[in-house]
Design a protein around this ligand. Structure first.
Ligand code: GSH
Length: 225
């Protein structure tokens, strides 16, 4: 299999969690024209007409877009190391945590992703401050579905929910405050803060965080030169 992806984007990161946890052999490829890369997307548009990452290409050439769907597919095909609990409520918690990340937190972060590509003098300061408040609110939705004492998002093993949450909490609590100067939103969210502290003890979480951090640093230094 081949995964078209970037290390900068939170969406492929959740797929890499699946690959690392399930110890799958997958070629990891970065297509042109994503993020700040102004090249044409070229042949990648034939692989994935949506033109976004991630996209998983199977050995027989069939291609699958959309991170959540790719994760579900990998779970169905390689169930031996599970990334969904067996209990229906716990499975639902995995899905609702992932959905809160995708719909509410990512959407709230969009103005920050757009502004970071601009020179500082051209940034929309009011929009950034509003986004900071929206991110805080959206992260707050996680508090209802995290359980005190769990070391991962749901229970004590990594699931698809951790794949969704690790990159976005990293962006919201480390990168965002660092880039835009707002307070760390986790300071007033005790369950999210406890989750974030405990999940970082997982070697796969550490690997995903480092990969994303390295990509953010490389993107920033490319913008600064
Ligand atoms: N709903 C999609 C979202 C994927 C997405 O928006 N990826 C962005 C990167 S964060 C992308 O590829 N954007 C296209 C571009 O930068 O040209 C998923 O979950 O896979």
């Amino acid at each position: 299999m081949k995964l078209y992806q970037t290390y900068l984007s939170p969406f492929p990161t959740r797929v890499r969690l699946m690959i690392y946890l399930k110890e799958l052999e997958v070629d990891i490829v970065e297509p042109p024209g994503i993020h700040d890369n102004t090249e044409s997307k070229g042949d990648y548009m034939e692989v994935n007409p949506i033109g976004r990452v991630p996209c998983l290409v199977l050995d027989d050439g069939r291609a699958l877009a959309e991170s959540e769907v790719i994760c579900e597919y990998l779970e169905d095909v390689f169930p031996e190391i599970p990334t969904l609990p067996t209990d229906p409520w716990e499975r639902a918690r995995v899905r609702v945590l992932s959905r809160i990340s995708d719909i509410y937190i990512v959407m709230a972060m969009l103005p920050l992703f757009n502004n970071v590509a601009l020179p500082r003098r051209d940034r929309d300061q009011k929009g950034i401050e509003k986004a900071g408040r929206e991110v805080q609110k959206a992260l707050g939705y996680l508090e209802d579905y995290l359980v005190e004492g769990d070391t991962c998002a749901v229970g004590d093993s990594l699931t698809q929910a951790d794949g969704a949450l690790i990159p976005i909490i990293m962006l919201a609590s480390l990168w965002g405050p660092n880039q835009f100067g707002f307070d760390n939103p986790l300071l007033s969210l005790p369950k999210v803060a406890a989750y974030w502290a405990s999940v970082q003890k997982q070697p796969i979480a550490q690997r995903l965080i480092k990969e994303t951090m390295d990509a953010l640093t490389a993107a920033q230094s490319a913008r600064d030169t």
